[in-house]
Design a protein around this ligand. Structure first.
Ligand SMILES: Nc1ncnc2c1ncn2[C@@H]1O[C@H](COP(=O)(O)OP(=O)(O)O)[C@@H](O)[C@H]1O
Ligand SMILES: [Mg+2]
Length: 261
C-alpha cells in the first residue's frame, strides 16, 4: 500500500474574532498518498488556504489531528513545526516570494542554509537545472520573467528533497502559456515521486492533476480521480511559438489606391 503522506482526522479550524466564530474547516477527513498530485478547488472562503496552512504545518488545528508522514502535528510547538516543515515540505506561492535583491542561486540556497546542509551551491545549481533555469542563476528576480521567477521558487521548494510540495495558486499570476510551463515542471517533479498539492481556481489547471478535492463551507464536497490528466508537455507543443517572428502588417489597401490617384 502507498505511504500516507498527509492524513487529516476530524480536522477543524475556528477563528474567533470578538464575539464571532468563523468555522474555516469543519471536521475534515482525508488521506493523501506518496506520489499523489492533488488540486484543491472551491469558492473563495471555502477553507482551501486554511487546509494548506494546517497540512503545511504553518498553523495548528482547533480540533482533530493532522499527521504528516505519521507524525502528529496538532500539539507540536513552533520549533517542532518549523523542523518538520523544513524536512517534509516545499512551498510555492502565487507571488513567488523570492528575496528581491538576491540572485536566483542564493534564493535557492536559502533553505539549505537553514537546514545546515553541505555542498549548498552545487545542490542549488542542480535544482535550478531541473527547472530549466541553469543559465539564469546569477539573475535577480527583477531580471527574470514571472514564469522564470516561479521556476526559481519551485527550485527553492524542491532543493531540500521534501516529501511534498504545496502551492497556493502557483499559476494565479501567470498567462496561459507560462501556467502550462509551470504545470509541466510540477508534473515532472511529481513523476520523480514527489507528492504535489496545489490550490487553483482554474478547472483547466486542475485537469493536469491526478485528483481534485473540492471544498465548500469548510467541508470536502467532492474528492475525484482525474482519469486522464492533461500532459502539459503535449499542450505546450500545440501553442504558438512565442519567439516566432511576427509577420509585418500589410499596408492598408485604401492608402495605396489614394497614392495611385
Ligand atoms: N486569520 C484569520 N482570521 C479570521 N478568519 C479567517 C482567517 N483566515 C481565514 N479566515 C476565514 O476562514 C474562512 C476560510 O478562509 P480561507 O481558508 O482563506 O478560504 P479560501 O482559501 O478557500 O479562500 C473564511 O471565512 C475566512 O474569512
Ligand atoms: Mg485562499
Amino acid at each position: 500500500m502507498a505511504r500516507v503522506v498527509v492524513e487529516a482526522k476530524n480536522l477543524s479550524k475556528r477563528y474567533v474574532m470578538g464575539d464571532q466564530t468563523v468555522h474555516a474547516l469543519r471536521s475534515i477527513n482525508v488521506q493523501i498518498f506518496e506520489g499523489d498530485f492533488v488540486a484543491i478547488m472551491g469558492p473563495s472562503g471555502s477553507g482551501k488556504s486554511t487546509f494548506m496552512n494546517l497540512i503545511g504545518c504553518l498553523d495548528r488545528p482547533s480540533e482533530g489531528e493532522c499527521f504528516l508522514d505519521g507524525n502528529p502535528v496538532a500539539k507540536m510547538n513552533d520549533n517542532e513545526l518549523a523542523a518538520i516543515r523544513n524536512k517534509y515540505i516545499g512551498f510555492v506561492f502565487q507571488n513567488f516570494n523570492l528575496l528581491p535583491r538576491t540572485s536566483a542561486l542564493k534564493n535557492v540556497e536559502l533553505p539549505l542554509m537553514y537546514a545546515g546542509a553541505k555542498n549548498r551551491e552545487e545542490t542549488a545549481k542542480e535544482a535550478l537545472e531541473k527547472v530549466g533555469l541553469g543559465k539564469r542563476m546569477d539573475h535577480t528576480p527583477a531580471e527574470l520573467s514571472g514564469g522564470q521567477q516561479q521556476r526559481v521558487a519551485i527550485a527553492r521548494a524542491i532543493v531540500n528533497n521534501p516529501v511534498m510540495i504545496l502551492g497556493d495558486e502557483p499559476t494565479g499570476n501567470l498567462d496561459t502559456r507560462t501556467s502550462e510551463e509551470i504545470m509541466a515542471v510540477f508534473q515532472e517533479v511529481n513523476r520523480q515521486g514527489r507528492t504535489v498539492i496545489i490550490v487553483t481556481h482554474e478547472e483547466d489547471v486542475a485537469r493536469h492533476c491526478k485528483r481534485i478535492i473540492r471544498f465548500r463551507d469548510g467541508r470536502i464536497q467532492r474528492d475525484e480521480v482525474v482519469e486522464h490528466p492533461v500532459d502539459a508537455r503535449e499542450v505546450i507543443k500545440t501553442l504558438p511559438d512565442p519567439d516566432a517572428e511576427v509577420e509585418p502588417t500589410p499596408e492598408p489597401v485604401a492608402e495605396k489606391l489614394t497614392f495611385q490617384l
